[in-house]
Ligand binder design. Structure first.
Ligand code: GTP
Ligand code: MG
Length: 195
């Protein structure tokens, strides 16, 4: 079983990506369960995801990396027991620290499983975020196994290269991929990274 944690700031596109990934894995015949911590801008909640035909669990308000850590662990165990999926995708809130979530996943699972942190960032708001919340952004991304530069469909010329340059300086060894969770651009490349 693989557990993917989508780490990234508020509005970076985590829910949009979660929906795309769920559809991608399901189409390829992999049983996928979703665990969402918050209905953000897009307002996707557990009920909506279930209506789309996905196995989804919505956690109540609060942060799964701190106040709701016990709730997250129970939810993970229940998913494993009741659904036993091949893939679990977890969307914490945009303020969560993904490595804390990963630690909770690690201690919650009975069997060995792969737990991967996907860092999601928004190319359009990148400069702004770096100006205002550089330390937090670095902390979120420093624990990611790979980084997605999302919203490539909105990027101005040179913006993706500029952002990649900055990220390479900070994290020289991390794989990176630009995608659009909305249009689906480069999702095939992402699938290759996530297999
Ligand atoms: N153009 C474009 N818009 C995107 C893309 N991905 C997400 N969005 C939009 O960005 C906004 C935020 O996307 P969400 O998927 O809700 O982001 P999130 O990270 O889940 O947000 P929170 O849960 O509130 O932290 C929505 O209006 C999305 O439609 C993308 O690749 N391209
Ligand atoms: Mg969201």
């Amino acid at each position: 079983m693989y557990v993917y944690i989508l780490g990234g700031f508020l509005g970076s596109g985590k829910t949009t990506l979660l929906m795309k990934l769920a559809s991608m894995y399901t189409k390829r015949g992999l049983k996928t369960a979703l665990l969402v911590n918050e209905s953000g801008e897009i307002g996707v909640d557990g009920a909506t995801l279930k209506a789309e035909g996905y196995d989804a669990i919505e956690l109540p308000d609060g942060c799964i990396c701190c106040s709701l850590s016990g709730t997250l662990q129970t939810a993970l165990r229940n998913i494993k027991k009741d659904i036993d999926p091949e893939i679990i995708i977890v969307e914490p809130t945009g303020l969560a620290l993904p490595h804390k979530v990963k630690e909770l996943v690690r201690v919650s699972m009975i069997d060995e499983e792969e737990c991967i942190i996907v860092g999601v960032c928004d190319v359009q708001r990148f400069n702004d975020l770096i100006k205002k919340k550089e330390q937090f952004f670095k902390m979120q991304m420093s624990n990611a196994d790979f980084i997605l530069i999302n919203k490539m469909d909105l990027a101005k010329e040179g913006q993706i290269d500029e952002m990649k340059g900055w990220l390479r300086e900070q994290f020289p060894t991390k794989p990176m991929q630009e995608i659009s969770a909305k249009t689906g651009e480069n999702m095939d490349a992402l699938y290759e990274m996530m297999k």
